[in-house]
Design a protein around this ligand. Structure first.
Ligand code: SAM
Length: 241
């Protein structure tokens, strides 16, 4: 299977600014709390697909047994490896969601944050996640919520053909549960806030977003789609154990 990375101009071209973005995102930890309500990864084997430069790997590694970051863009693999040097339970592999270099039934949680799983087209990654998950394991997809303003309005202004409701139906039809998560991005200064908005949006939309945002915080809605791999034997008509 050929892996063709989904272009991510923000982190590919401006990894330092993206680092500031990651630090600002979800200041109160609402996404982590929502994830933990679905599954606790203490003692578990975790895979982070599209891990970028590995920002979230150490957080999982605090309690997980092992953490594997999967990333197809070589410069980001190198940055992620640098970040996790010294963590014995973290590995980073250069690969894509469509072909995970992992054994079947070897993970308890496959997580992806704003990476690859954007709706139609991500079916090969869904199948791979299912293959590597153990029965009872969870696939958790975190993405920006295009239905929630003001951030979602700016996203849709730049992507007029993006249909958030269709993406939600895509995951719902495949057995995912949707949770909406309200977060706050909190920046240390205006320079960081403006730099981040400038890498996320086209110049006109970024100007609009900057003008509309007072102070150092920004409400941003996320969607958390989760699906648990069945742990019993499935037969027509129901699960028998
Ligand atoms: C917006 S970044 C998010 C990175 C990271 N999850 C984070 O939150 O910091 C999206 C990432 O997905 C990666 N990506 C692109 N195509 C991919 C694919 N086919 N499989 C896995 N990851 C992919 C990109 O290279 C990029 O690092």
């Amino acid at each position: 299977m050929r892996v063709s990375p989904v272009p991510s101009p923000n982190i590919w071209h401006w990894p330092e600014v993206y680092e500031r973005e990651n630090r600002a995102q979800d200041a109160a930890g609402a996404i982590w709390a929502a994830l933990r309500e679905v599954t606790d990864w203490a003692g578990a084997d975790v895979v982070d697909v599209g891990c970028g430069d590995g920002y979230h790997l150490p957080m999982f590694a605090r309690t997980a047994r092992t953490v594997t970051g999967i990333e197809p863009h070589p410069p980001l693999v190198a940055r992620a490896e640098q970040r996790v040097a010294g963590f014995e339970n973290i590995k980073v592999r250069e690969a894509g969601a469509e072909l995970l270099p992992l054994k079947e039934s070897s993970a308890d949680l496959v997580h992806a944050r704003t990476a690859y799983f954007f709706g139609p087209g991500c079916e090969p990654g869904l199948a791979e996640a299912d293959r590597v998950l153990r029965p009872g394991g969870v696939l958790a997809i975190v993405d920006l919520d295009g239905t929630r303003g003001p951030y979602g309005d700016w996203m849709r202004a730049d992507l007029p053909r993006y249909r958030p409701a269709e993406v939600e139906r895509f995951f719902e039809r495949r057995g995912f549960t949707l949770r909406r998560v309200d977060t706050e991005w909190r920046f240390p200064d205006r320079d960081s806030l403006e730099a981040v908005l400038a890498i996320e949006f086209s110049a006109p939309v970024a100007r609009r977003a900057i003008a509309a945002t007072e102070g150092l915080t920004l409400p941003v809605g996320y969607r958390l789609h989760t699906r648990r791999k069945p742990s019993g034997l499935l037969v027509p008509g129901g699960r028998i154990r």
